[in-house]
Design a protein around this ligand. Structure first.
Ligand code: SF4
Length: 301
């Protein structure tokens, strides 16, 4: 038995005897299996793009087009959720890590089945969560996440709305329909992407997540990122961008560049809900997606 498995079993045992919280620990960045870099068909539909770059080229991570844009580096965000300027939540306000979640992250997570199983276990933990008392009292269900457990690309949105709360899946309402159109226009397939939110419960009236709620739910977002190990993350909207990247700037200042988080390249753009209210911003999002797809070796018109 390797040490990780032994520790995972110990944590599960502790959880079973009533020890539900353990001190927060940092995990080393997981090493991506070599096989993933050879995988095909995830993330890009099998089409030839307008400039003649084939899907075969873009489905191999790390194989960039000569047209690929430069990737500026920024400071790596420190661990844990640090509040943005207007969201005064400190690490001291963050709940203690759950032993069950910590145990999941110590398991082997190198293939799709292992990741699928870990996500199912995590979803079951989330379904019981009542850290945000108001949200837990008003939600129909938790909205965990959906998509390929081994996805190259992860989308992070803000929080479930009424449709998502009813169906238990992120981005299924009007904004989700628009997101689907963007995905298709980019020659991607929704089922190849892993999609989740900053919050897993619907804020009443679709209000913005409170800082403490984002802090409460951060452990689950971090765990989903660590399990899926995406190569790319797109933050849709300010709540996702600022929370994930510990940023204070508006989305307009974060667009058209890549940040790094847990080994993934992160791009920020406007939330589809914003586009529904401000259709003129669709051009900016399309520019962002062209910038993003060029990184994958696909030149969109
Ligand atoms: S939003 Fe997240 S932390 Fe808050 S109750 Fe729901 S699952 Fe728990």
């Amino acid at each position: 038995m390797n040490s990780k498995r032994a520790i995972a079993q110990l944590l599960q045992h502790l959880s079973g005897v009533g020890v539900t919280h353990v001190p927060r620990v940092e995990f080393p960045k997981p090493v991506k299996p070599a096989q993933k870099t050879e995988s095909t068909a995830r993330g890009v539909a099998a089409n030839t793009t307008a400039d003649g770059v084939s899907a075969k080229d873009v489905t191999k991570p790390g194989r960039k087009s000569s047209k690929a844009a430069a990737v500026p580096e920024m400071r790596r965000p420190t661990s844990g959720l640090r509040s943005v300027e207007e969201l005064k939540v400190t690490d001291a306000d963050r709940p203690e890590a759950l032993a069950e979640v910590q145990g999941l992250l110590l398991q082997e997570l190198t293939d799709t089945q292992q990741k699928h199983d870990a996500l199912c276990s995590l979803a079951a933990i989330v379904a019981k969560c009542r850290r945000c008392s108001e949200l837990a009292a008003t939600r129909k269900q938790t909205v965990f996440g959906v998509g390929d457990p081994n996805a190259r690309i992860m989308f992070i949105g803000e929080a479930p709305g009424a449709d998502e709360d009813a169906q238990g899946e992120p981005f299924v309402g009007e904004a989700g329909q628009l997101l689907n159109k963007i995905v298709t226009a980019c020659k991607l397939r929704r089922e190849d992407i892993y999609i989740c939110n900053v919050l897993r419960c619907r804020p009443p009236g679709n209000r913005n997540p409170l800082p403490q709620e984002a802090s409460n739910c951060r452990e689950f977002l971090d765990a989903q990122i660590r399990i899926v190990q995406p190569e790319y993350i797109i933050c849709w909207g300010a709540v996702a961008a600022q929370n994930l990247l510990n940023e204070t700037r508006a989305v307009g200042k974060l667009r058209r560049q890549f940040f790094t988080h847990n080994g993934a390249k992160v791009m920020c753009t406007y939330h589809p809900s914003y586009l529904l209210r401000n259709p003129s911003a669709k051009k900016e999002v399309w520019d962002d997606m062209k910038f993003f797809m060029l990184e994958l070796g696909v030149e969109l018109q």
